[in-house]
Design a protein around this ligand. Structure first.
Ligand SMILES: NC(=O)c1ccc[n+]([C@@H]2O[C@H](COP(=O)([O-])OP(=O)(O)OC[C@H]3O[C@@H](n4cnc5c(N)ncnc54)[C@H](OP(=O)(O)O)[C@@H]3O)[C@@H](O)[C@H]2O)c1
Length: 264
């Protein structure tokens, strides 16, 4: 089991859901934390709870990572406050759902900036020092959506495919240099993600809990895996989609997620 005592983790999107759960699990393994998200009030509530439960140092730095300068401004502030980041959790993200031409271009742009561009930029800003120290951990939150094209959530699926491919490539580059890299791929999980989608979509079936996702993540990290799909059913469906023709899978998904079906 990886021991995080004496290490500091930067967790993006730490104000709720999977990010808050990952932050809490890291604190349980002894890590000090720097938590970030746009909503300062929610962030402080998470920080207070973790401090109380685990007695670790928890700093809070609000930031909007969908802004062009968001990642650079955040890291500047982190370093100016004297934190050395040993663990980076790129978790912040949101989805949009609907017919592509009907979605707001500005929101789709922010989605790419947050889900993909900020992940790459924060990694560039923080990974080299980990490599120099010969020790570090990077967890990037992708999704089961990263394994296939997702009609009616086209930008989301593409952004998560970027995260998955990017992370596995870095895993192979850095595994012999003391750096753990993991792409965490949850399926539908019980968080406010579906509220933020801006549609009436619900996942259908049982939602996974954030605790289950975190357990999968740390088990995979301890085993040195490049990626993990949380949940047996998600594992089976994600891998099945890889065996079939991409167009066929996209066609089925379009029928399931298409607005005309009213399916959740
Ligand atoms: N839940 C699922 O079914 C599911 C499945 C697969 C993958 N994921 C991925 O898991 C990750 C976490 O999502 P979640 O399910 O935990 O949803 P969530 O509860 O809605 O959490 C999203 C987090 O991202 C933050 N965030 C939103 N916009 C941001 C911005 N512009 N800049 C910085 N941070 C921002 C939110 O901060 P505020 O509180 O300030 O808004 C919040 O902390 C995402 O990358 C998501 O794509 C989720």
């Amino acid at each position: 089991m990886t021991d995080f005592r004496g290490r500091t983790a930067l967790v993006t999107g730490a104000s709720s859901g999977i990010g808050a759960a990952l932050a809490e699990a890291l604190a349980g393994r002894g890590a000090d934390l720097v938590l970030t998200a746009p909503d300062q009030t929610r962030l402080r509530a998470v920080a207070d709870r973790i401090r109380l439960l685990h007695g670790v140092d928890v700093a809070v730095i609000p930031a909007d990572l969908s802004e062009e300068s968001g990642p650079d401004d955040l890291v500047e502030r982190v370093l100016a406050d004297g934190h050395q980041i040993d663990v980076l959790i790129n978790n912040a993200g949101f989805g949009t759902r609907g017919r592509y031409d009907e979605l707001a271009a500005e929101r789709d742009h922010r989605e790419v900036m947050l889900n993909a561009v900020a992940v790459e930029r924060l990694t560039h800003l923080l990974l080299p020092a980990m490599v120099e120290r010969g020790r570090g951990t990077l967890i990037n939150v992708s999704s089961t959506s990263g394994f296939q094209a997702v009609p009616y959530m086209a930008v989301y699926g593409a952004s998560k495919a970027f995260v998955l491919s990017f992370s596995i490539a870095l895993w192979a580059e850095y595994r012999s240099r003391g750096i753990q890299v993991l792409a965490l791929c949850p399926g539908p999980t019980d968080t406010s993600f579906f509220d933020a989608l801006g549609s009436t979509m619900s996942a259908g079936g049982r939602l996974r809990t954030t605790e289950e996702v975190v357990t999968s993540a740390f088990r995979a990290l301890d085993r040195g895996q490049p990626y993990v799909i949380d949940g047996r059913l998600n594992y089976l469906t994600s891998n099945a989609s890889r065996l079939l023709r991409r167009g066929f899978v996209a066609g089925i998904t379009a029928r399931v997620l298409g607005p005309q079906t009213g399916h959740a």
